[in-house]
Design a protein around this ligand. Structure first.
Ligand SMILES: *Cc1c(COP(=O)(O)O)cnc(C)c1O
Length: 385
């Protein structure tokens, strides 16, 4: 059971999701698959999917069949691709709900065909080629056998190959991407020579969807960019941050110079100062590793985090300013008002923005808002201390 904190919440700006989706759609002639895995990167898969579909996406991408079924249970009828399975699972429920399945090996394809035959329906599969990531996907030797088996199974009508696809290694290395495009084209040609007629080819993630047009084919698969994190730190494409993590101060106190703060006194005040307590910690996804560099925004001003981030709380050094109990703290947001962003926290914690954004914990209630500045009364009410 999840028990939400009364002191903190994450606003999810669906207008930002829409803006970012439209930006991806405008950057390509291909169709857009909104990647809403891991509960929409922590933003809420169903509301994000709806916002993205309304703004120009036509496909949804998820990892497990359970994630796909969650979208169907939420009333979403758009095409969905699920891409992370074991050949040992039963695909019946996903196939009955018209979820397309990625397949990486013959063992996996046979399992999908068995499930489809049992249901008396046709499985729509996306055959995945390993073009260099060496994670999922079939290697060249296996690929030839996989496409031949797929062609044989198509004659049984329990399998149809809708797509051939792969995944890129690097967001920032054009030479690596060029090589993968070439290997991908080879894989498509081998599939066609085997008699397959895939209607879709897809390869691009967020970075490639914005920066590498030759990877677009018929479909692009943006994830992180939909949530407003620039996929290539060297370029600003105009994406807008979709989540604001906020809390209310629950305690403010004055301490003398020389006061050690938080566990093991990593931080010692160098003057008399005011400390403010924020009721969020690493159990809520505020990265422990970021403490020495991190800042938050209170009343439009940045203040440093003082000492270690604990499981449930951290301390801010407000100097000689006078924050009050109940004042709002922005941990991260789109950055419009000078507050830190997800990318800032990722660099402070020496990790990727994906880990920060998907790490926001279950105590933080997600509040979906349609306009950037909108705050509901319910929100104000819920944060009153
Ligand atoms: C997560 C994922 C994406 C989205 O990648 P981003 O870099 O977040 O845009 C696309 N395709 C696959 C297979 C993924 O797992």
């Amino acid at each position: 059971m999840v028990i939400a904190s009364p002191h903190a919440r994450a606003d999810v700006h669906l207008d930002a999701i829409a803006h970012n989706t439209a930006l991806f759609a405008a950057a390509t002639n291909a169709a857009v698959m909104a990647v809403v895995k891991a509960d929409g990167f922590g933003h809420g898969a169903v509301p994000v999917a709806r916002a993205a579909l309304a703004a120009g996406a036509s496909w949804l991408g998820v990892t497990t069949c359970a994630e796909a079924l969650h979208l169907r249970a939420g009333g979403i009828t758009a095409p969905i691709l699920s891409w992370l399975h074991s050949p040992l699972e039963d695909y019946g429920a996903a196939l009955r709900s018209t979820v397309d399945l990625s397949v990486s090996s013959r063992e996996h394809l046979r399992a999908v065909a068995v499930s489809a035959a049992r249901q008396g329906i046709t499985a729509e599969v996306h055959l995945k080629a390993d073009t260099g990531l060496h994670r999922g996907g079939a290697r060249p030797e296996e690929w030839r056998k996989l496409v031949r088996l797929a062609r044989d199974l198509e004659t049984t009508r329990h399998v149809r190959v809708r797509a051939v696809w792969s995944h890129l290694v690097s967001a920032t290395d054009p030479a690596a991407t060029r090589l993968q495009v070439q290997l991908f084209d080879d894989a498509v040609e081998i599939a066609q020579d085997a008699g397959l007629r895939p209607e879709l080819r897809h390869l691009a993630n967020s970075a490639a969807a914005l920066g590498a047009p030759r990877t677009h084919y018929e479909l692009v698969r943006p994830g992180i960019g939909l949530y407003g994190v620039e996929p290539d730190p060297r370029h600003a494409f105009g994406l807008r941050g979709a989540m604001t993590l906020r809390a209310r101060l629950i305690l403010v106190k004055r301490v003398p110079a020389g006061s050690g703060v938080s566990y093991d006194h990593d931080y010692v005040t160098d003057r008399d100062t005011t400390l403010a307590l924020v009721p969020l910690g690493y159990a809520d996804g505020v990265p422990w590793a970021a403490a020495r560099h991190a800042e938050v925004s209170i009343g439009g001003r940045r203040y440093p985090v003082a000492g270690r981030i604990a499981m449930d709380q951290f301390v801010v050094d407000a100097g000689d300013d006078n924050p009050r109990v109940g004042d709002e703290v922005i941990v991260f947001g789109p950055g419009d008002d000078g507050e830190p962003t997800v990318a800032d926290w990722a660099s402070w914690a020496n990790t990727v923005p994906h880990e920060v954004i998907t790490g926001i914990g279950p105590r933080v209630a997600r509040h979906h808002v349609h306009a950037h500045t909108h705050q509901s009364d319910e929100y104000e009410e819920s944060l009153r201390v």
